[in-house]
Ligand binder design. Sequence first.
Ligand SMILES: Cc1ncc(C[n+]2csc(CCOP(=O)(O)OP(=O)(O)O)c2C)c(N)n1
Ligand SMILES: [Mg+2]
Length: 567
Amino acid sequence: MQPMVVLSKAVGNHRHKELCTVKASDLFVKALENEGVKYIFGIPGEENLGFLESLSRSSIRLVLVRHEQAAGFMAATCGRLTGRAGVCLSTLGPGATNLVTAAAYANLGAMPMVMITGQKPIKTSKQGRFQIVDVVDMMQPLTKFTRQIESADLVASSVREAFRKAEEERPGAVHLELPEDIAQEQTDVPVIDPSFSRRPVAEEKAIDHAVKLISHARHPLLLIGAGANRKRTSQMLRQFVDRTCIPFVTTQMGKGVVDETNQNFIGNTALSSNDFVHRAIDAADVIINVGHDAVEKPPFFMQSGGRRVIHVNFTSAEVDPVYFPQVEVIGDIASSIQRMAEAMPDRCGRDYSYFNKVRSALNDHIHQPTDENRSPVYPQRLVYEVRAVMPPDGIIALDNGMYKIWFARNYPANQPNTVLLDNALASMGAGLPSAIAAKIVNPDRRVMAICGDGGFLMNSQELITAVQLGLDLVVVVLCDNAFGMVKWKQVDMAFNDFGLDFANPDFVKYAETYGAIGYFTETGAQFRTVAEEAFGAGGVHLIQVPIDYTDNHRILNREIKELSQQL
Ligand SMILES: Cc1ncc(C[n+]2csc(CCOP(=O)(O)OP(=O)(O)O)c2C)c(N)n1
Ligand SMILES: [Mg+2]
C-alpha cells in the first residue's frame, strides 16, 4: 500500500490540523486486506484501472481469468471452502453481465462472494451511454446486497457492510460498483474492522422439546442438508451420531459433513424418490433435519399426520405444502447439535435392523458393477476408480450433468467440502473453475475436476489459467457426445430422441494446445493408472473418458425402484 498522503490544511481558527487522506481505490483495497482477502479473480477493464493500480501495491493476489463467469465461480468456491467471502472483479457492462450466472450460483448455493464492478464516471461523462447498463439494479434479484459507491467517504462502510452481508447466515452474493471518478477521489474516512460477533444460540426449551421427541422415537433418522456444511458443525454432528447411534442420510450438498463411510450412514438423496434411501426415510418416525435448504430439491415430502420433523437450522423453516416441521431448533447449528447430544440419553440400543437392511442393500447395489471393465466406461465403475485415486481429503469438483447423480449417490465422501457439486443453481460450466479455486485454496491436496463433454466446453478456456498458475490439477472429461442428462430425462418422459447429440473436438489435442497433458482412457482400470500417474507427475492433466450412459434409464428409473420396493 502507498503510505497515506498527509496534508496540512489551514482551518478557520488558523490552527493547523493534520488530516490523513487517501485515494478511494487505495482505501478500498486496504479494506479488502482488512477483511482477510487473499485473492481477487477477474478481468479488469478501463474503468477498474485506478483500482488495479492500488491492487498492484497490495498483498492481494490478482488471478486473471479468461471469462468473468469463471472468475465468479472461483470466488464463490473460495467462499464456500473458507466461509470468508471470495472476491471477483469485472468491468462495467459486458464484464458485469458475464458475472450474473456466478452471482446466482453463489446466492442460491449460499456461498459468500463479493463482486466488484467498475463504472463510467458518475459526476461527468463524455461518452454518452456507451457500455452502460444499470448493473446495481441488474444484480438486485441475484444478491443479498447491491450498491453503487457514490462517494469516497462511503468506501469503508460499504466494503464492511458487503462482507457482513455476504458472510452472515444465510451466506450469498453481494455486489459493489466502484465508479471510475469515485475511485480517484480522496477520503479521510478510515477502514472499519470486522466486529467480534457470535451467532445466536437456540433457546433451552426448543432443545428440550427436540430431545424429548427424539427420545420417544422408535426409528429416528438424521438428515444432513446443505446448511449443515459450515465450520464446526461437522465435528458436532459426528459426535451426535457416535453418541446416539442415530442413522443418517445426506442431501447432495450435505455430503461429507459426516464421513459417509461411517457405519450409521444410510445413503444420499441423489435421486428424488424411489431409491433405497427413501425406504429408510419412509420408515423413520422422527426426522432430525439439520441444515435444510429449500434450494435443494426436497429430500423427503411431509404429509399431515405422518412422521414428525425437527428443523435444526440457523433460521426458521420456510413452510410449503411438503415441509411444515413440528419442532424448530433455531440458532447456531453446532451449538444446537452439541447440546442435543449432551442432553440425550445414550440410546445405541434401539432396533435399527430395518435401516441396516437398507444400508446393506444399497451398498450391494453400489458395489456390484464396480468390476465391470467395459468400454465405454460404466459410470458406477468410474465413481469407484475416482474414489480409489482420491485420498480422504482429496477434492472432486463436479460440473453439472448425468454423472453428478452417480457421484452423489455412489461416492462416499469422507470430509466436508470434498465433493464440490452444485445442487442449487445446478449450472453447467462451474466444474473446472471451482476445481481451480479449490486447488488455489488447498495447494497440498489432490483436486480433480469432473465434467461432461458439454459442460467442460462452457468454461474450458480456464485450462490456460490453470496452466499459467502452475497448478497440479486433473481434469476428467466424460464423453457421451451429448447433453446426456437431458437425454436421460427425454427417455424417461417418453419423448423422441431429438436435439441433444453433438460432435466433440479431440480433447487430448485440445489439452495439449493449452500446454496441459492429454490422455484418452478406454476402461476403468486404465483410468485409475493414468489418474495416479497424472497426480504423481504434477501439472495440468486432462483425461478424456468415453462414458456409457445406455443403462441409466434402466438402472436409475426401474431397477432401483423395483429392488428398493422389495425391502
Ligand atoms: C448453463 C446450463 N445450461 C443448461 C443446463 C441444462 N442441463 C443440465 S445437465 C445438461 C447436460 C450436460 O451435458 P454434459 O456436460 O455433456 O454432461 P452429461 O450429462 O452428458 O454427462 C444440460 C444441458 C444447465 N444445467 N446449465
Ligand atoms: Mg455429455
